[in-house]
Design a protein around this ligand. Structure first.
Ligand SMILES: [Zn+2]
Length: 428
């Protein structure tokens, strides 16, 4: 935020939010060495950010060849993109960078500072735990299946269900190229019937609980639409039990819809919350309203809709009126569009009063997480500050709500499985 232009109330709220303890609901953080060991550290950080998504298109990202030169060349065309701005914000906050990313010389200076920081410091401890006061990060490692080896208890894992929607065939993969199968538990060998497949899910779910998962995570909107009609078991088994490669699109959907409900039923029985990616994705069939029937069916299961369902940010807010088990996760929305983030927050605050709203960083490196959190705090401070200006909220209530969003709401959503050391801020 351009502080010279922000008013005093907004600035004060922002400062309060920065100093407040936080629970980060969603990250994909990679080990520091991933970047520290790369020859071009700045390019490796930019490559693992949302910048390439807007430069080359999320649809084409893994199909086209792009490199350092094409990235910096394409960057010239997008000075107003929030996917560029949040990174500049992070570089300024973390490294005091005020140069121009388009200039080779400025990039060399920035890369030098980054390299030094990566060599000397634990950036997660320094910035996420230290400066941002994040006390727990919910980590979604979508690139591994049934692997919960995390460094220390700062991170809490989730079970990603996407690969299990692709177990109908030994060859099928989700958008992250994942399959549920592993040696000793393979389709066509150990697993040939739907019952054997559900037993695999039962085992994996139990292993997840044993290893401390705090939620199920579903990002299948990158692969398919978010309509999940209930399917009888006899229809669901067809895709799995017939020869690989002969499944019809309808048989695949039957299988996936059944497996999705199977996971949700298990989660409801274990009081395990679910995070669902809504909004951008395959053919833009990820609008939150499509999950209406899911909320009619599951009453006690806590479900967070991520990203505000961008661009349909009004939908989850409206649905929150009807469904008390629906949580609104702002994650990524401030980077997709700060304007839509402010719009979503205004509506959500008026609807939920400040409860059930949460936020995460959704990034692969500390630069991304810091940039995302700064953009989120900006949006929160602007929206809450604006409500104070208009006389809708007292400053005290605005600050209380801000702390609730950063701490109390996610603590309520994930429950005791988060194993928080500090009780932090408590509104009630
Ligand atoms: Zn994510």
């Amino acid at each position: 935020m351009a502080w010279s232009r922000a008013n005093t109330v907004t600035r004060e709220i922002w400062e309060t939010l920065l100093e407040s303890p936080k629970i980060d609901t969603h990250e994909h953080l990679l080990p520091q060495e991933t970047f520290a060991d790369s020859a071009d550290i700045l390019f490796s950080i930019l490559s693992k950010s949302y910048l390439p998504w807007i430069l080359f298109g999320a649809r084409d990202l893994h199909r086209i060849a792009w490199d350092r030169d094409s990235l910096y060349q394409a960057m010239r065309k997008i000075p107003a993109s929030a996917f560029r701005k949040y990174l500049e914000r992070a570089f300024s906050f973390l490294y005091g960078f005020s140069g121009d990313l388009l200039k080779e010389e400025d990039r060399r200076v920035l890369a030098g500072k980054i390299r030094q920081a990566y060599a000397e410091k634990d950036l997660v401890a320094e910035w996420l735990q230290g400066r941002l006061r994040i006390e727990k990060v919910v980590l979604d490692r979508y690139w591994v299946v049934n692997d919960y080896t995390l460094p220390g208890d700062f991170f809490a894992p989730v079970l990603r269900i996407d690969p299990y929607l692709y177990g109908f065939s030994a060859q099928a993969r989700d958008h992250d190229d994942q399959t549920p199968y592993a040696p000793g538990e393979e389709k066509g060998k150990e697993i040939t019937t739907l019952e054997e497949y559900l037993a695999l899910i039962d085992r994996r779910f139990q292993e997840g609980l044993t290893h401390g998962i705090v939620a199920l995570k579903c990002a299948t909107a990158y692969d398919r639409g978010l309509d999940f009609p209930e399917v009888p078991r006899e229809k669901a088994r067809i895709a799995l039990e017939k020869e690989d490669g002969t499944e019809s699109p309808e048989e695949i959907l039957d299988f996936q819809n059944f497996v999705f409900h199977y996971f949700l039923q298990k989660a409801e029985r274990s009081n395990l919350p679910v995070q669902i990616h809504t909004g951008p994705g395959k053919s833009f069939r990820g609008a939150p309203y499509r999950l209406g029937p899911i909320f009619e069916r599951y009453h006690s299961l806590k479900i967070a809709l991520l990203h505000g369902g961008f661009p349909w940010v009004g939908e989850p807010g409206a649905m929150a009126h009807f469904y008390p088990n629906l949580y609104l996760d702002l994650t990524w929305l401030p980077l997709l569009s700060p304007t839509f983030s402010d719009l979503a927050l205004s509506e959500w605050l008026e609807v939920t009063g400040g409860s059930r709203i949460m936020v995460g960083g959704d990034s692969w490196n500390v630069e991304g997480s810091v940039g995302a959190f700064l953009f989120s705090l900006d949006s929160l401070a602007r929206t809450l500050g604006g409500m104070v200006e208009k006389g809708y909220l007292s400053k005290n209530d605005a600050q209380t709500i801000g702390k609730q969003i950063l701490w109390d709401n996610p603590r309520e959503f994930f429950g005791p499985r988060l194993k928080l050391q500090n009780s932090g801020f408590t509104a009630g």
